[in-house]
Design a protein around this ligand. Structure first.
Ligand SMILES: [Zn+2]
Length: 127
């Protein structure tokens, strides 16, 4: 018998026995159980988010004035990808960038999120 059905059965038996005090306790226990299940789910999601954050932190390095994601699974060939250093440092969000030529200022990008301009960026060394 499912827990939900068992609780209903116990509730009905207690109600028939004129033990409304205990029946109410059963309802309260059921509600507490639902709260704990919800809290457990929230905590599991938080653990997953933190695990993903740690893995991301471990894969980001600072090189040539910007941060790079090493072995970026979102690029073909898992190439290192430059990301906005400001957005990563301040907001902990990853804003992937595409390097463009800025004449004598070399390669760089304008962040699509914060608008900060980065220039004179070298490519990431091949390992
Ligand atoms: Zn940015």
């Amino acid at each position: 018998m499912a827990t939900k059905d068992m609780i209903k059965l116990v509730y009905d038996v207690l109600k028939e026995a004129n033990r409304l005090d205990l029946a109410e306790e059963i309802v309260e226990l059921r509600n507490n159980n639902l709260d704990l299940k919800e809290e457990n789910l929230t905590q599991k999601q938080r653990i997953l988010e933190l695990t993903n954050q740690v893995e991301l932190d471990d894969s980001i390095v600072f090189h040539e004035g910007v941060n790079w994601i090493l072995n970026d699974s979102k690029t073909q060939g898992n190439e290192p990808t430059p990301i906005c250093t400001r957005c990563w440092g301040v907001e902990k969000i990853v804003v992937r960038q595409k390097l463009q030529s800025y004449g004598s200022n070399g390669l760089g990008f304008n962040c699509q999120n914060c608008g900060k301009h980065f220039s004179k960026i070298g490519s990431f060394p091949k390992s």
